[in-house]
Design a protein around this ligand. Sequence first.
Ligand code: SF4
Length: 463
Amino acid sequence: MAKNPKAADSRRGCSPTRRPQPRRAKAAPAASSAPDIEDLAPAVPAAAPAALRAQLLRWYDAHRRDLPWRCASGGEEERAYAVWVSEVMLQQTRVPVVVGYYERWMARWPTVRSLAAATQEEVNEMWAGLGYYRRARFLLEGAKQIIEKGVFPRTASALREVRGIGDYTAGAIASIAFNKVVPVVDGNVVRVISRLYAIADNPKESSTVKRFWELADQMVDPLRPGDFNQAMMELGATLCSKTKPGCSECPISSHCQALALSHENSSVQVMDFPRVVPKAKPRRDFAAVCVVQIAQGLEEEAPDAKDNDNLFLLIKRPEEGLLAGLWEFPLILVDEGKTDFQNRRKAMDKYLSKLLSIDVGQRSDVIFREDVGEHVHIFSHIRLTMHVELMIINLKDGVDRLCKKGADSTKLKLVNESSMESMGLTSGIRKVYNMVRAFKEKRLAVSEKGHVPTRKRTRRLKQ
Ligand code: SF4
């Protein structure tokens, strides 16, 4: 969400008489053509804040969902922490998914102090599967910042100083935990406001975003700002949904200009608001992924592998950029025209040799190598096609050469099969791992213990 106007934190000066002005009607459309939404005058006056607030809060008191972060116990700071964690998780993820993550997170780190003592690795593990991992990193950095300062910020402007806290999260924490009269604007609130005021402008444009914040600022209840903000979000998440708004049950339908317009003109629907802006096409990337399994001679070098002699090699991604600092199988981007078998293997061998000292054929004995298949993973702006292969090797020098202490050991690790099952992996890498498991079960007839096949049953790669 774009910037909140700086005035957002100075809500105290706002009086209920500061109503937004409805857009003026443009010239009437030609009789023969269907009217454009933007040419239609609002059919009801702008919402009367006092009545709207009362109706919405009454509805919220009666219908709000029982969500764990709404029952956070303790003082204001405990509540602020709970709101912060839940709002960050909810930014890109649906409520039913967030509930479990939230409960596990709060059981492990019930206070901002306990979170500040966690490592990035632990936080990433806990976050695995929620996506948008930058959020987890910022939560940890923000917690450390707050503990360093010694006080939990109480105002929206002070909260915005914390790493990763933007206008929306600052407004949510300040209003819900500290009862500050500040607005919040998220996707649900945008939908409700754009319908209430029949705003047909592009909701992504900065001038429109600014207007949403101004309207939200004027609407927020001065006595129960936190509940009012949650009520707006709740209405957008439930009754005022994208495609099936329940207008007949809506507590504020008498204020809704989009609904009134739809009654006056059959060519208008409330779903016309907010305007749908076509998304930019995601970039198409292609990657070669090599799931490297190290098969033999492991007991001395990898004590945690005693029960299972299959180790998988994981590489840590760079600390900046997409999926920063997360673990993955060896992965390299390849050009679209070079995704064929030969080119991928050539590029992967070069990568393994240069960065990991796995000189395929020289320092390692390849006992199996075969393509497993493709997995397409969709990020917000990238469509990544991963061409996955499985390579089972026997390292001639032993695994300690790979995992020697020092700088390199922070960038790669060997994980045994049972740990792979339980560790936090990104959903893309988890899917790749599951693909490989299914492939092995089918193709290699792995024994019940999960051991790799003997050489008799495998074939060597042609060097
Ligand atoms: S009347 Fe319908 S469109 Fe208007 S705010 Fe209520 S649910 Fe949304």
